[in-house]
Write a protein that binds this ligand. Structure first.
Ligand SMILES: NCCCCCc1nc2ccccc2[nH]1
Length: 292
């Protein structure tokens, strides 16, 4: 351990560690589910860490939050009812709120400490909770989806941590089946789907499960997030049987100037070209993910 530096050592990326210079530790706690830490970094703003894994930094969180939200929502004509599983920091809520067609946003986050810590230390991320369309449910996303009324959502966004820890079940087949049940025909789901550089085997299993469960489109997209090990993270985008969804062509564009004058500020990362490009995969990933 180098004094004054945070190194992200995890079995999720054996043999490597991304480090950030610490200026000041702002919060350290232990919830019923995980260790929670916030520190002021020297060059990436404040950083949220759960069980030793970086969840977001102020400097690059826009890439992840904007992509995980707008890749699904810009692919369907008129999203009205959206469910967020995880995402307790509020960043996905901030992005969903940019869509004027949305009438109701449910969020189910298991760890209340994440919500409280984000509101205290990341106000520009937790601003998403201020939208009147948002209802927060503190609890297990698996149970929430089991209880959800069939076909009640246009979109589900699964902003989870990794399969090691509280989010483990969110990567398993029964959960994907419960998501499909809660979506309307032609509804869409977007999940945090690890890194093609680090987790091709996990991604392969997820793709196999999704192809069995989602009878519409099944696609993998990826983006760059400098503070995530390997510098990239991906998303599974699936649609249920029904009206065709072509994720590679955003038919419901969100303009960069939208919400310019509100408290959530302009888009910093997402645009239509980046949307289409996100689905272009290197050959080693294409071979596995698009296997016929
Ligand atoms: N809700 C935040 C999602 C990121 C969770 C932590 C994390 N960081 C990662 C880096 C590479 C691949 C997968 C990762 N998962």
């Amino acid at each position: 351990v180098i004094p004054g530096w945070f190194s992200e050592i995890s079995p999720m990326w054996p043999g490597e560690a991304h480090s950030l210079k610490i200026e000041k530790i702002l919060f350290q706690g232990k919830s019923d589910y995980q260790d929670v830490m916030v520190f002021q970094s020297a060059t990436y703003g404040k950083v949220l860490v759960l069980d030793g894994v970086i969840q977001l930094t102020e400097r690059d969180e826009c890439a992840y939050q904007e992509m995980i939200t707008h890749l699904p929502l810009c692919s369907i004509p008129n999203p009205k009812k959206v469910l967020v599983i995880g995402g307790g920091d509020g960043g996905v809520l901030r992005e969903v709120a940019r869509h004027s067609s949305v009438e109701h946003i449910d969020i189910c986050e298991i760890d209340k400490m994440v919500v409280d810590v984000s509101k205290e230390y990341f106000p520009d991320v937790a601003v998403g909770y201020e939208d009147p369309r948002v209802t927060l449910h503190v609890g297990d996303g698996v149970a929430f989806l089991k209880a959800a009324q069939e076909g009640s959502y246009d979109a589900v966004i699964v902003d989870s941590s990794d399969p090691i820890g509280p989010a483990q079940e969110l990567f398993e087949k029964p959960f994907f089946a419960s998501v499909a049940k809660a979506l309307r025909p032609g509804g869409v789901v977007c999940t945090q789907a690890e890194s093609i550089w680090l987790h091709m085997h996990i991604i392969e299993d997820i793709v196999v499960n999704c192809r069995q469960i989602f009878k519409g489109s099944v696609n993998y997209a990826w983006t760059t997030v400098p503070t995530y090990p390997s510098g990239v993270i991906g998303f599974m985008l699936c649609s249920t049987e029904g009206p065709e969804v072509d994720f590679k062509n955003p038919i419901n564009p969100i303009e960069a100037n939208q919400n310019q004058n509100t408290s959530i500020g302009p888009l910093k990362f997402y645009n239509q070209e980046i949307h289409a490009a996100a689905f272009c995969l290197p050959s080693f990933a294409k071979k596995v993910i698009e296997a016929k």
